[in-house]
Design a protein around this ligand. Structure first.
Ligand SMILES: [Ca+2]
Ligand SMILES: [Ca+2]
Length: 550
């Protein structure tokens, strides 16, 4: 569930204040000078000359696949791929694109709500036991799961348990039972929080934190829990591998102990049906506030604070703010605290999702690539947002008539010329949507371009997939070992048992030389075409580039 606007303000202000000494963007205001991919050789302006290889593309190890990977991909089904020409993305469309997603190296697909709903976004469910007819049928879902399995892809669905639609029969029955004073096992009177002064339904107050159309369930109700248990079992039987838990923080309006107890109940319930089902919680708070939630049995949480939370955030670091060593220390601390609370938990890092502006707003050219290298080579299960790999455009503006998230969920662009499968805008009657300037080239064109962002994503995820232990590995900062004053170079180790890798990133727009934190380069991600070298204990690394060392 999205945050209300006043809840987002503090994190926005934190980001603003964290920008430090300059008001201009260090990267975007500083054109990519000597290390641009268009230059033909290492020029005189390079502080550290390196071998330039214009032919080096994003070739990778074809033998490593998504089979043991942990990269994940979030899909807004309505905007992804339309298989039957009605302009609405559908489950069969996702199925058609499975080979593309397997080729990217993705292991898990998170489908945003697929249930019947009166809204385009679907976070107000009217029937938890069915598929939105816009998207297809239960049989289509079963087909998708079955075909995905053949390509080693898991299907994870959104599970919205904080609230449902005001049009859900649960709510109508509950109102009638409440009004009639009905009690007992057959009564749904206690399924919602009547008397809670959020909104009025036929003159009666009820709890609905987000919107009048989304009444909050009473999660203490025995009847509600029994129904939720049925819902969970139903989708496990349909073949889902996991659930993304919507709006965890709002289960009990931020009351941590109660939220955690309910998360434990969900985990115990899923485990009772299938111990392998995994849960990723959306608990949209700063990292420090999130850490206590790892005491719950929930397998993972999205790290919103790491993505955008000010000075030590992934996005700001790649934009040139803050120090890489501080970012690495923050990640190490969060990972350590997490393991102290639940040894089996893991983080879900990401750059943005359907409730946030597209990251293309933040990055240009190679910075997009550096940001991908960073979060896709962290421990846990990193989550891409569909279209991120082709720089899909979409952001909310603050004009009074446009405070919605529609522009953050615009249709995927598959081709610049062939519109087969391309979806129409949700709420397409809105004029402002037609004014959005979208990318003009899609997956088809970007697949043919040797140095495209899409090729970069494939390369980075492929490198990740070579090291399956990254999912549960332990992160240790090695920034001190670099022995450098460069603020945009990061080094860390991820280790598990006898396995380990060392990752070194250069987020600056020039070449750097640092003390090598490892003895051997085993993977290269040469974003600016400079070939890294290791000599005399020194590692030379090109702009925006990454190496994996042992
Ligand atoms: Ca369709
Ligand atoms: Ca609630």
């Amino acid at each position: 569930m999205k945050k209300k606007w006043w809840e987002v303000l503090p994190i926005c202000m934190l980001t603003l204040f964290s920008c430090g000494e300059t008001t201009s963007d260090p990267i975007t205001s500083n054109s990519l000078t000597s290390n641009s991919t268009t230059s033909s050789a290492s020029s005189d302006t390079d502080p550290i000359p390196m071998v330039f290889d214009s032919a080096a593309d994003y070739a990778y190890d074809e033998t490593s696949t998504n089979e043991n990977g942990s990269a994940s991909y979030e899909i807004f089904v309505r905007s992804f791929y339309d298989s039957d020409g009605d302009g609405i993305g559908d489950l069969h469309g996702v199925e058609e694109k499975l080979p593309y997603l397997a080729g990217l190296g993705v292991k898990t697909l998170w489908l945003m709500p697929i249930h019947p709903s009166p809204t385009y976004h679907g976070y107000d469910v009217t029937d938890y036991f069915n598929v939105n007819p816009d998207f297809g049928t239960l049989a289509d879902f079963e087909s998708l799961v079955s075909e995905a399995r053949k390509l080693h892809i898991d299907i994870m669905i959104d599970l919205v348990l904080n609230h449902c639609s005001i049009r859900n029969q649960y709510f109508i029955d509950s109102y009638n039972d409440y009004l009639a004073g009905k009690t007992g096992e057959d009564s749904k009177a206690d399924w919602f929080n009547w008397g809670f002064h959020d909104h009025l339904y036929n003159g009666t107050y009820y709890e609905s934190y987000f919107d009048a159309g989304m009444p909050d369930f009473n999660l203490d109700s025995v009847g509600v829990k029994a129904e939720m248990s049925k819902i969970i079992k139903f989708w496990i039987d349909e073949g889902v591998a996991g659930f993304r838990l919507d709006g965890v923080y709002y289960y009990y309006r931020g009351v941590q102990d109660k939220n955690i107890a309910f998360l434990d109940w969900i985990k115990n319930t899923t485990k009772s049906f299938n111990p392998n089902i995994y849960l990723v919680g959306e608990c949209w708070i700063a990292d420090g506030a999130l850490n206590p939630y790892f005491i719950s049995k929930c397998d993972s949480f999205f790290r919103f604070g790491t993505a955008t939370g000010g000075d030590t955030s992934l996005i700001n670091l790649v934009k040139g703010y803050g120090r890489a060593s501080n970012m690495a220390a923050t990640i190490e601390n969060n990972e350590t605290v997490m393991r102290g609370k639940n040894a089996n938990a893991y983080s879900s890092y990401f750059l943005s999702n359907h409730d946030q502006d597209r990251i293309s707003k933040n990055f240009i050219a190679e910075t997009n690539k550096a940001a991908a290298s960073l979060y896709l080579l962290l421990p846990g299960t990193p989550f891409m947002y569909y279209g991120e790999e082709i720089s899909l455009v979409g952001k909310r503006t603050l004009s009074p008539d446009d405070f919605s998230d529609v522009k953050r969920r615009l249709p995927m662009v598959w081709s610049g010329t062939d519109k087969t499968g391309e979806c129409i805008f949700p709420e397409a009657n809105r004029q402002d949507l037609n004014n959005t300037v979208q990318v003009t080239e899609g997956v088809t064109e970007k697949s043919l371009e040797p140095f495209s962002l899409l090729k970069h994503y494939k390369k980075v995820i492929n490198v990740r997939n070579k090291y399956p232990f990254l999912k549960n590995g332990v992160f240790t900062s090695l920034c001190t070992a670099l022995n450098t004053t460069e603020k945009s170079v990061m080094a860390y180790q991820i280790a598990s048992g006898d396995d380990h890798i060392i990752v070194v990133h250069n987020f600056s727009n020039y070449n750097v030389q640092v003390t090598a934190p490892g003895t051997e380069i085993v993977d290269e991600i040469n974003t600016s075409h400079r070939l890294p070298s290791l000599a005399g204990g020194l590692l030379t690394l090109g702009a925006f580039s990454t190496v994996v060392m042992k």
